[in-house]
Write a protein that binds this ligand. Structure first.
Ligand code: UD1
Ligand code: MG
Length: 462
């Protein structure tokens, strides 16, 4: 199961859907050199969450509005979807101005333009889909609303006595009565494509912030006699990320969702709140995950795997029935075979560990292949790096590497070979051979007794 966070594709046939993602804001409150949209939630940039939602809606066109110095944001969007269209907003004059920049790039065919903020990563595709449907059915402007426990900072939705949406007031411009309203603007807005340009043309920056507010579109639509509606979502889905504290809140909510999703799919999490998942973490059935396990991006875990506490995995594939941990570090490029065991304080990187192999204690296995059923003793180190290049260690099947062995790559150990403990292996070992690299053991009979007696006499001053 892939806990994508979104349902399957919702395909749209009749009408064109343009999704426009606004990501040109400076994100000053993040205090970061990284643009806000590239900060990660569950291992995926915030912008990626919104792009994924757009994909799931079956958008015919996705436009991402970025600032002039945001080539990295544009590159990420293009990388995510080769069809993403980038619009540059030259000056950050407000959300309305950003939509204008995006609208310049939009195909003007009839349909719906759905505007989503790049800093609202928890928004659900279902909610957006509901907005698009309402717009499809004829509502000219559909706003995403939510009941805020603390509405501070959000635009307030002003509704008439019949509940119809009349306009949106930004907090800075709100009267004391309006400040008291808890029904707030969640940021997303669906507008019928044929009305978009005319409504944008009416926006002015005559307000406290001196910005072109997208939210004024509602007021102008009403003045034209167009219908406006609200689709509501729970506050937890709306969480906008403006600061590092907001980022942590959004991360917590996303982790909560992902944990629930994997448990529903048949994974046991012994202490869910201590397990961290990525958007793309994949699990088979009957996986057991112990306490304090972190799944970085790019991990897939097949059925029947047990991952014991305090393990950290990223960029790895774990095959059926394998056992990982406690305290294992599985780094990118690790492929752990069926029923293999990786134990405590073992680090693997770019390593193919075949079925049934065991690396149980205190090892570094990097740029390596370990054959089926081989046993890698405690403290075995692949010396893969000489300060310039990385080299491969190839260990055959059914080999036995004694404890505290250094394997200086490039090096090969044949099938069924034995390596004596404490060896530094620099040359190929042929199959079924014993390789030893250490000086012969010497023994001096009675030496210890004589030594002790001599020291004792000296201490007593004899
Ligand atoms: C906005 C809404 C507010 C709503 C809130 C929900 C307006 C005027 N206000 O306020 O009603 O309650 O979101 O979170 O729309 N952006 C640009 N170019 C700009 C300015 C912003 O691309 O010139 C982008 C930002 O990158 C961001 C989004 O638009 O993704 C929202 O901008 P932000 O400044 O966070 O708006 P809020 O003050 O949160
Ligand atoms: Mg915001």
């Amino acid at each position: 199961v892939a806990p994508s966070g979104y349902p399957g594709h919702m395909t749209r046939m009749e009408n064109k859907l343009t999704v426009m993602i606004l990501a040109a804001g400076k994100g000053t409150r993040m205090k970061s050199v990284i643009p806000k949209g590239l900060h990660l939630i569950a291992g995926r940039p915030m912008l990626g969450h919104v792009l994924a939602a757009a994909d799931n809606l079956g958008a015919s066109e996705t436009i991402v509005v970025v600032g002039p110095d945001m080539e990295n944001v544009a590159a990420y969007a293009r990388d995510f979807s080769s069809r993403a269209i980038i619009a540059v907003q030259d000056n950050q004059l407000g959300t309305g101005d950003a939509v204008r920049a995006g609208a310049d790039k939009a195909d003007k065919a009839p349909g719906v333009v759905l505007i989503v903020f790049g800093d609202t990563p928890l928004i659900r595709a279902e909610t957006l889909s509901e907005m698009v449907t309402a717009c499809d059915k004829g509502t000219a402007v559909v706003v995403l609303g939510f009941e805020a426990i603390d509405p501070n900072g959000y635009g307030r939705l002003i509704c008439g006595p019949d509940g119809a949406l009349l306009r949106i007031v930004e907090q800075k411009d709100a009267s004391p009565e309006e400040i008291g309203i808890h029904l707030c603007n969640g940021g997303a807005m669906a507008i019928r494509a044929e009305n978009l340009d005319a409504l944008l043309a009416k926006l002015t920056n005559d307000n406290k912030a001196g910005e072109y507010y997208l939210t004024d579109v509602v007021h102008h639509a009403r003045a034209e006699g167009l219908s406006c509606g609200v689709v509501q979502a729970p506050e937890a889905d709306i969480q906008g990320v403006n600061s590092r504290a907001d980022l942590a809140t959004a991360e917590a909510e996303m982790q909560r969702r992902l944990r629930l999703r994997v448990m529903e799919a048949g994974v046991t999490l012994l202490d869910p709140e201590s397990v961290y998942l990525s958007m793309d973490t994949e699990f088979g059935q009957d996986v057991i995950v112990g306490q304090n396990v972190v799944f970085g991006p790019g991990v897939s875990v097949a059925s029947g795997v047990t991952i014991k506490p305090f393990s950290h995995l990223e960029g790895a594939r774990i095959a059926k029935g394998a056992e990982i941990g406690p305290f294992s570090r599985i780094r990118p490029g690790s492929e752990i075979g069926e029923h293999a065991h990786i134990g405590n304080f073992v680090e693997t990187k770019k390593a193919r560990i075949a079925e049934g192999a065991k690396i149980n204690h205190l090892s570094y296995i990097g740029d390596a292949q370990v054959g089926a059923r081989s046993n890698i003793g405690a403290g075995t180190i692949t010396c893969n790096y000489d300060g310039f290049g990385k080299y491969l260690t190839e260990i055959g099947a059914d080999a036995f590497v004694g404890s505290n062995t250094s394997l200086v790559a490039p090096v090969k150990i044949g099938d069924g070979a034995y390596i004596g403990s404490g060896s530094v292996i620099t040359r190929e070992v042929s199959e079924n051979a014993l390789a030893l690299e250490r000086s012969a053991q010497i023994e001096k009979p009675g030496w210890a007794a004589r030594f002790r007696a001599a020291r004792q006499r000296k201490k007593e001053g004899a």
